[in-house]
Write a protein of this length. Structure first.
Ligand code: UDP
Length: 237
C-alpha cells in the first residue's frame, strides 16, 4: 500500500489517499498545538508513540465489540485506515473533573464522578469548537438521532474498556476525546486517534500527569511522560 495525494494536513497528522478509494494512510507528526492552535511546538517522538498506542488500543476495542477505522500499521508513523466521513462532533467522556470542565463549572480538578459524563462539541476551529447537546446536533443536521445513540453507546463502552485497561497499567483515565466516522455504507466506526494527545492519564499512585497537559501547562518532561505511558501499555497489553 502506497501513499498517493495528500488529502488533508491537520495539526498532528497528515492523511493520504491510496490506490484503494476505501482506504487512506495516516502519517503521525511530532507537531503539537494547544488552545485551538494558539500554542505551537513539537514533542519529539510523539508521532511514533501516538501511532502505535492508538493502533494497539483500537485493536483492543475491536475485540471488545467497538468497530474502528484501523486496518494495518505500515511503519512507525504510518497506518492504513478505512476512509470515513468524520461526524463533526468531538465526543468527550470524563471520569474525573479536569481541564475545561473544572474551569467552566468552577470546581477543582480531581473530583471523581459517581458515573462517567459525556459531552459534545461542534468540530469547528473557526468557532472554537463550541459545546452542543444532542438537540443542537440534530438541528444542525450533524448526525441523526440514531447515530447519536450509537455514538453514546460506543463512547461509554470505550470508556469502560480503556478505564479498566489503564487501571491495570497503574494509570487513571481521567477523560478523553474521541471522534467517529461513517463508512460508505453508513456504519459508524471509531476514527481519529486515542493517545496522550487526546486523553488525560494520571499516574494512579502519584497523580503525576502523563499526557499532553505537560505541554499545555509547560510542566516539562512531556517526551518522558509519553514514553512512560507507552512503556506501561506495552507491558500490560
Ligand atoms: N481534547 C482533545 N482535543 C481538543 C479538546 C480536548 O483531544 O480539541 C481532550 C483533552 O486532551 C482531554 C479531554 O479531551 O483529555 C477533555 O478536554 P477538555 O474539554 O477538558 O479541554 P482542554 O482542557 O483540553 O481545553
Amino acid at each position: 500500500m502506497e501513499k498517493k495525494n495528500l488529502m488533508y494536513e491537520g495539526k498532528a497528522k497528515k492523511v493520504y489517499e491510496t490506490e484503494d478509494p476505501q482506504l487512506l494512510i495516516v502519517s503521525y507528526k511530532d507537531d503539537a498545538t494547544a488552545f485551538n492552535g494558539l500554542k505551537k511546538g513539537s514533542i519529539s517522538g510523539k508521532g511514533v508513540i501516538n501511532n502505535k498506542m492508538s493502533n494497539l488500543l483500537m485493536q483492543m476495542l475491536e475485540k471488545s465489540g467497538v468497530p474502528t477505522h484501523f486496518v494495518e500499521e505500515l511503519s512507525d508513523r504510518e497506518t492504513v485506515v478505512k476512509r470515513v466521513k468524520i461526524l463533526p462532533l468531538e465526543v468527550i467522556v470524563r471520569n474525573i473533573s479536569a481541564g475545561s470542565f473544572a474551569k467552566r463549572y468552577g470546581v477543582e480538578e480531581g473530583i471523581v464522578f459517581a458515573e462517567p459524563t459525556i459531552e459534545f462539541s461542534y468540530k469547528n476551529d473557526g468557532l472554537g469548537d463550541p459545546l452542543l447537546n444532542s438537540y443542537h446536533a440534530a438541528a444542525l443536521g450533524l448526525c441523526t438521532w440514531e447515530e447519536m445513540e450509537t455514538v453514546k453507546k460506543y463512547a461509554f463502552a470505550i470508556n469502560d474498556c480503556l478505564k479498566a485497561f489503564w487501571k491495570s497499567c497503574g494509570v487513571t483515565l481521567v477523560d478523553f476525546k474521541i471522534e467517529f466516522g461513517k463508512l460508505s455504507d453508513g456504519t459508524i466506526v471509531l476514527a481519529d486517534e486515542i493517545s496522550p494527545d487526546t486523553c488525560r492519564l494520571w499516574d494512579s499512585k502519584t497523580g503525576e500527569k502523563l499526557d499532553k497537559d505537560r505541554f499545555r501547562r509547560d510542566l516539562g518532561g512531556t517526551e518522558e511522560a509519553y514514553v512512560e505511558v507507552m512503556r506501561r501499555l506495552c507491558e500490560h497489553i
